[in-house]
Design a protein around this ligand. Structure first.
Ligand code: GCW
Length: 678
């Protein structure tokens, strides 16, 4: 079907279109189509697209590839669906694809330019054409006029990656959307069609790399039988621009290789990894590389042999050579360090700056503790100028109410990406030359992410990795328009609701810089009273340090001095409780319950106020959503309503249990005017 211009015979398109209709309606209502619904346009937007009367063309220089075929099929599908009719045989408005423009880089960049009778899509590669196709459809799905499009887009970050914490047995660690989407049992012979839908969703937001298995890895995933399975996925995803990575267990040479050691300096160990890498590349020529969690939470690593993280990472990097990348995680903390978990990763990694091989990336979580509802940016950002650092975010909501609480995470990621490290760059600037990883929230649930609004976090992650300067508001608006309704009245109400949702969670769970107060192990409900766990840093009481006199973690000079790991200008701004933004207060300081807050309230009154505002915000979300029923199909509207009811109840649970506990410690009454507990 290649040539100067391509058009399927009208009858074929019409038949395909009719076949699409009923299932599409059903899918739209169960969320399976994600943001790729291409709901029929209405009003002026429909008239404009009808008048434009699109038809797809591409020039002869465009490479004949599966990727361009996918782009064309997607255009046909999206346009027909939005027009609610098959593309006409005698279409006038050319959507003209030029996918081999030498003036544009082959990294996925593209340009879209509208004119009276054509939209030109220029790209330096077929993948750029695919990305441009999705951008065009995204604009049209929001009602844009094709003739006035003018977009030039390039990926800010080369690596835009999902990390799946999926175990080979189908269980997903910290997964709240059902079982794993990867069917290792039937691969390689049978591949679920869902794998294509998944690739399509990722490509539509620019995600280009996937680590398919949990960082708490099983070594057998490196065996030949799994490489064969992975190769099938790699083949299926390649046209969508996705490279596969494997989480590798550091002790694999012992676990599955029959060697007595996994010491990274042992020649037999090095030879084993080299042979393993060769074996993988023979099956998957564009294999991305290894993701490694080492010497963290009981995982094996180079320190087991008295070696450093750099020794371990460099050994794997040598095995991969120029073919791939080692992504080495910096999420480390030890039960033997009595001082402050906050300071450990920096202490272990920063002295190694400059020692990592060129094809090693160190992957750093957004904050120094662990994916809390709010954390200041990790002090490692900007502190390792000779090391490639990548940001790790968590899309799945381990500490933010799983898939039942609504929390749109773009504002959280925006907060960290825009943070000034004090080393002459923001976190986005430090990480943009490298990349961003998100711990996936996908699962076997029909709606992929466990709830309709959790799809927005997957979407937002991809959009921010592509362009970290995008605002949360832009992302929320485009997502909601594509997913639910493009009606301005709907968007004007749902977007603010999404934008405030994460702050609501912060307020009813861990206000004013509190952190890690969730129930042990599951991390769901409140448990600030827990203080008897063997490892001190797993106890909520380790983090809040509340007693009759006060509350908070002193990380200044008079405390653990973890603050000194930040650049001087940043540390200075957080050194004094008086100059510290209240959102970080108890993260860095221990203050008395009477500590005066900028609001004029005492700390205790402010804390109570924040819990209350968190609860009130959830109630307001439920009210807003109730009013949006006319814009959303009944099925998805009800599903969100039910979750909001759970959240309203559990926000009260968090507030009341937390306040009751603080009162048991400080012996204080609730300030006058506090609403009664539920
Ligand atoms: O957030 C914590 C989780 C663990 C996870 C770990 C990590 C994969 O509670 O489940 O393990 O972080 O990031 O390695």
């Amino acid at each position: 079907m290649r040539g100067k211009s391509w058009k399927a015979p009208f009858a074929v398109v019409a038949a395909a279109f009719l076949a699409l209709l009923p299932s599409q309606t059903a899918q739209a209502e169960d969320g399976y189509d994600l943001w790729l619904r291409y709901a029929p346009l209405e009003g002026a937007a429909l008239e404009r697209l009808q008048a434009f009367n699109p038809v797809v063309h591409f020039d002869s220089a465009t490479p004949d590839s599966e990727t361009t075929d996918i782009a064309i099929a997607e255009l046909e599908r999206g346009l027909a669906s939005m027009l609610a009719r098959p593309l006409a045989d005698d279409g006038q408005g050319k959507i003209a694809l030029h996918c081999a423009d030498p003036a544009l880089p082959a990294d996925g960049s593209f340009r879209l330019a509208g004119a009276a009778d054509a939209v030109t899509l220029l790209a330096g590669s077929d993948l750029g054409c695919l990305y441009g196709t999705y951008a065009l459809l995204r604009e049209l799905a929001q009602g844009a006029d094709p003739r006035s499009l003018n977009i030039a887009s390039a990926p800010a970050m080369p690596l835009r990656m999902l990390n799946h914490w999926d175990n080979p047995d189908g269980h997903v660690e910290r997964g709240y959307a059902g079982r794993s989407i990867f069917d290792w049992w039937h691969l390689p012979q049978r591949m679920d069609e869902r794998m294509i839908d998944y690739a399509r969703a990722n490509a539509s937001i620019g995600i280009n790399a996937v680590a398919v298995n949990n960082v708490n890895a099983r070594a057998f995933m490196l065996e030949a039988r799994y490489i064969e399975k992975l190769a099938r996925l790699a083949d299926a995803w390649r046209p969508y621009g996705i490279r596969v990575f494997l989480s590798a267990r550091f002790s694999a040479p012992r676990d599955i290789g029959g060697l007595p050691t996994a010491d990274p300096l042992d020649p037999a160990v090095r030879a084993w990894w080299k042979a393993k890498a060769d074996e993988i590349y023979a099956a998957i020529p564009d294999f991305g590389g290894f993701l490694v969690k080492a010497n963290s939470e009981g995982q094996p690593g180079p320190q087991d042999y008295g070696r450093t993280h750099a020794d371990g990472a460099n050994m794997l990097a040598e095995a991969l050579g120029e073919r791939g990348t080692v992504i080495w995680r910096a999420f480390v903390y030890s039960e033997f360090d009595e001082t402050d978990r906050h300071a450990q990763a920096y202490a272990e990694f920063v002295p190694l700056d400059g020692q990592f091989a060129e094809n090693v990336i160190v992957q750093v979580k957004n904050g120094a503790i662990d994916f809390q509802p709010r954390e200041p940016f990790h002090p490692m950002f900007g502190a390792m100028p000779h090391t490639r650092l990548m940001l790790e975010a968590q899309i799945t909501k381990e500490y933010l109410g799983f898939a039942s609480h609504l929390a749109f995470l773009a504002p959280m990621w925006e907060e960290v990406l825009r943070a000034d490290t004090g080393h002459g760059a923001t976190v986005a600037e430090v990480t943009s030359p490298v990349g961003m990883a998100g711990v996936a929230n996908t699962g076997s649930d029909r709606n992929w992410s466990g709830s309709d609004f959790d799809q927005a976090n997957w979407y937002a992650f991809g959009r921010l990795a592509w362009d970290p300067t995008l605002s949360s508001e832009t992302i929320a608006r485009e997502w909601a328009a594509q997913t639910f309704s493009r009606a301005p009245a709907f968007l004007d109400s749902v977007v603010p609701m999404m934008l405030g949702s994460r702050e609501a969670v912060v307020n009813y769970m861990t206000p004013l810089g509190l952190a890690h107060l969730m129930g042990t192990g599951h991390h769901y409900g409140p448990a600030p009273w827990v203080c008897d766990l063997e490892r001190p840093e797993w106890n909520p009481c380790y983090y809040h340090r509340a007693d009759a006199n006060g509350i908070g973690f002193d990380r200044t000079e008079s405390g653990t001095n973890a603050l000194a790991q930040y650049a001087p200008a940043i540390a200075a701004q957080w050194a004094d409780p008086a100059s510290t933004d209240p959102i970080w207060l108890l993260w860095f300081h221990r203050v008395s319950w009477d500590h005066p807050m900028p609001s004029g309230r005492s700390l205790w009154a402010e804390l109570v106020h924040r819990y209350d505002s968190g609860v009130a915000a959830v109630d307001a979300m439920a009210d807003s959503w109730a009013n949006l029923a006319p814009f959303v199909d009944a099925r998805r509207h009800r599903a969100v309503t039910e979750n909001l009811a759970i959240q309203a109840n559990e926000a009260r649970w968090w507030r009341d249990a937390s306040l009751a506990y603080w009162q048991s410690v400080n012996g204080r009454e609730l300030p006058a005017g506090t609403p009664a507990p539920a």
